[in-house]
Each structure stands twice: as C-alpha cells, then as structure tokens.
Design a protein around this ligand. Sequence first.
Ligand code: F6R
Length: 645
Amino acid sequence: MEIISSEALSIQHEKVGTYEFSRFEKIHNVVFEKSSKASYLVAKEIADLIRSKAKRDEKCILGLATGSSPIRVYEELIKMHREEGLSFKNVITFNLDEYYPMNPESIHSYHYFMNENLFNHIDIPKDQIHIPEGTIPQEKIHEYCAAYENKIESYGGLDFQLLGIGRTGHIGFNEPGSHYNSVTRSITLDQLTREDAASSFLGIENVPKKAITMGVGTVTNAKRIVLLAWGHKKAEIIKRTIEGEISSQIPATYLQEHSNTTFVLDTEAASLLTRFESPWLVDAVEWTNAMTKRAVIWLCDKLEKSILRLTDKDYNENGLAYLLTEKGSSYDLNIEMFNQLQHTITGWPGGKPNADDSKRPERKSPEKKRVIIFSPHPDDDVISMGGTFDRLVAQGHEVHIAYQTSGNIAVSNADALKFAEVAMDFLPEGKELEKLRSTIKAIEQKKENEIDPIEVRELKGLIRKRESIAATRYFDVPDEQVHFLNLPFYETGAVKKNPLGEQDINIVKNLIETIKPHQVYAAGDLADPHGTHKVCLDAVFKAMRELKSEAYMDDCWLWLYRGAWHEWEIHEIDMAVPMSPDQVLRKRKAIFFHQTQKDGVLFQGEDLREFWVRAEDRNKKTAAHYRKLGLADYAAIEAFKRFEY
Ligand code: F6R
C-alpha cells in the first residue's frame, strides 16, 4: 500500500468514511512522508472549522495539546493568522493538561509553552484561554477539576481536540490504568513519561511527579479528534494503539470507539503498522528487489531460519505464495537474496584496492580517498561508526572529522567546574585567571534550569572539543583534519534550537568545497523533526545538493550511519562493516575519551545504558542478525546506507 502524500489529500472528517481500513487497523489514519505537510493540513482543517463557525456567528471550542508534536501545527496557524487574516476572536481553547505543581511563569509550564508557541502570536482574547492551573492547592484540586469539566460542557463540549501520544499510550496525561469515562483530574505521571520529559527539564529529578489532565471521557466527547505522531520513537505505540485490542493499559486505544478520529502520522511513526511492515499480508505488492529482500528477511525472522533453509512450504504458508509464483522456486530466490546480503559485507569501507569491485559496496578507486565524517555532536562519530572510522584511517584514507555542533549543553556544571578549577590552580595571576574566576562564579551562581551564560557555554564547548581531539588522536587522525563547525543554529544554550539557517549551510558547504571528498558519512536520523541530528543531516543534504553541479561532486558518495538511537533494518543496509573483538575494544576506548558523557549523561533519555554499551549492543545485534540469516559470524557490525542526494 502506498504512502499517502498527495497534495490534494484532505484529512477532514468527511473523508473518514471513504478511507479503506486494512483488516488489521481499527483507527482511521493517514500517513505523510513529511510531518511538515501533515501539520499544514491539520492546521488548515482547524482554520476551516474556525472560519465556518465564525460565519455562523458561533464559538469554536478547541482542545489543545502541548509537546513536540503540535508545534508545527501552531506555527502554521500563526502564519495563517498573519498572512490570511485568520482570526481567533471566536475561539475558546481548553488545554489538555499541566504539570503539578507548576508555576505558570516557569519555562517548563504548559502555560509558558502555549503562550510562546501560539497565544502570544494570535488575536485570541486572554479570557477565552483555559489551561489547567498547576498552582491550585492540593485540597482544592478536585473542585477545580470539576469546574474545568463543567466549563467545557457549558460551551457544548469540544468541537475539535488535537492530541499527541506518549510512549505509554497516554493521551493528555491519561496514563495506563485510566478509565474510559474518566474526567479532568489529578494524575501521577508514569516513569516512562517522566523520562521522556527529562531532557527538557535538564534531568529527571526536575520533572514533576504529577499533573492535572482532562480525562479520557472529556477527550472522547469531542466531536472531532486528530492525533499527531512523528518519528520512530512513536512507531511501537502507534501499532499497538491502531492494531491492538482496546485496553486501559494503552488509553489511546479507547479512540478506536470514537467515530470521528484520525491519526496523522509520518512514515516513521507508521512504520510498524502491518501495511508498512509486511504489506504483502494486506494487499498485492509489487515485488521490487527491495520489497523481496524485506519479505525474505521478515520470513527468516518469523520462522527463526536462515535464508538458505527456507522452503517453498515456508513461503506458501506465510502469505508469500505470490512471491514464489513470480520468482520461481525458493531455491533460486534464497540464493539470490543470500548473495545480495553477502555483498553488503566489507572490511574495506573505503573500497578494496586492486579488487573486482563490481559486487562490492564501494569503488576501488581512487585507492586513497578523501573522507569527511560529519558528527552532529562531538562523539557520534566514534559511537556510531568508530570501527569504520578506525579502519578508514588504518587503510590509508585521508579522514576528516567534522563536529557539527559544540555539544556544550550536555556538559554538567560539576564537570565544567572541575575543568575550570584545574585551570585555575595552574594559571598565574592575570587576565586569564580573572576570566576563569568569573566563569566559575557564573557556574556557581546559576539557578537551577537557567540557561548558561555565554562564557560557561564556551568552557563547556571547549571541554567537549578536547575530549574529541583525544579520541581522534587515538585513531591517529592529525589534529588539522579535525574540524569544529560550531553551527550557529545550536547555540541557544537551551534544548530548543534555532531553525537551520543559511550560515549553517554555508559552513558545511565551505568544508566540502575545501576537502572535495570522495566519501561523506553523516548521521541519518531521517525523521525526528526537532532533533539536532535531523537538523545536522538537513545541513549536509542542503550543502551537498547546492554543490551538486561541481565536477568533484560526481565522485562523492554519501553514506548514512543511523545515529545513536536506532540501527538500519537489515534490508536497508548497503554496507556492513564487520569488527573483530579487538576492534570492538578499540571503539570502546575511543568512546571512553568522551568522559563528560560517561556515567550518567545529562540527557540520558529513555535508554539508561551508557553510550559505549548501547553502541556495542547495537553492533552485536546486527552481527547476530546476519549470523541468524546464515551469513558469517562476526563479533560486531556497523551498518550504512548509501544515499542519493
Ligand atoms: C501534551 C500531552 C501529552 C503529549 C504526549 C506526546 O499536552 O498531553 O499527551 O501529547 O506526551 O508528547 P510529544 O508530542 O512531545 O511527543
């Protein structure tokens, strides 16, 4: 089944009835290649509703969400207000939730979020905005919540409810266990929800334990519901919500019973739905080589068999009879697929000199290549492709490392203080010492969760720079081949970054123009709309596309590693670089040089493993998968996908 990406697609509720549900799906959903396009269409639906209500002189009652998912929708609404005169004078809003306790002035409050991202930029009268108060005294909460609920009812209920979804399956903050007819109330946040919020609160210990939220019943009483989900991280919960049974353990599944709900997804969030993960089970598919490879690997995983052991019966009994009809026998198909996977494996990521390269992932010539490894933060290079990096240098290629951002916000105050104090002990009296003293004072006086002053950020950036140089020296890269780009979009001092600008792209372009590389490696986190990795990747894409007409770019191949969080699926891999046990240890050591990122980093996220453990687990898992498919048994494998830019 195709991804819906048509310009003409409308997600408005009239369309719901015409959507063909696959037999696995219980909630109407539309999938977009880009969350930006999807957000625009959702904003348009909201705007149309506001306008049609205004025409009839009616109020439009909107239920609104916070979090990363709706940000772009709000941006589009602001744009429509500015450029098309969309007025919010007839709009009454009710936000889903607020942390408790929470001061509305705090940068972490949902009051602050809504003002920053929407209300400050539109013409909605302030008294038409409702957001649960995080300052209500404990004993008054019950009464307060009942009044919030009544207020919504007094307007005749919500016309439109915008939702995100948490990885626990929460909507609003209705965590697992919430009842389908629950109302606005106080709730204890799930641990996973708090972990997901940890990075914006600069540590899980700062995330409130409670919240006030509209209930499931409040939400499902809305006449129209649109739920947004972007990125890989949401894929699992989206599959369980759309295809699973209704359960209080996943409150979003209650939406299966709402007759006018649409889930608006990007391809990554939708990727585990049966119609995308194994489309041959849903509909007839075109058996391209990529689709065939996917199906064969899927069958091996399902039956826990290696490729060369699959039989005609295996294909027939598991919904792949059509594939066999098209391809002849399992014998030929198995061999063809086995060989294709075999040819992805190479110990020569820069190409093997004097070898037949017709079946190898990389060209043999030029024998010595110029290589740029783009690393979004100062450590992704060694975490995500340390083994390949090491080999490229050892095999004589001219390897340049380009750290795209300073990574300064991920250094703790304690670490910054340690380095500053060492320098202070060492320096004689003078101007430098004065600067250090004031930096130390700034660290000590900084209030919790406050943005670092510039000199503290500078110090933190320098610490990461020196850690990186220690690692690149360990891999024998000359210092002059290590480039710190310090892209300006990153330098806000906060988790929220600026959008990518021309200056960022020019910096990346200049480096490529100077080096004229034969290979570029970049972190291929293709979705994750607000993440630093995606912005860094966009900078590389934009720069390479702008330079495409230059003659030297004809020889430049782009290889994507997958960033710190996920690995490519086996069927997506174009180059698999195996590592021996010793090489695994060298990679581990290179990661160790990034000391400020060891033993409990500032932005731990949901995965509590340290980076080196995470990296090794992932590389071992890829190797184990290759082995299970019947290929050679390696200690670890790093994976890459070639990308046409
Ligand atoms: C926000 C809310 C939550 C979020 C959900 C997803 O008001 O109620 O349910 O929608 O946690 O958050 P993001 O969009 O940040 O992934």
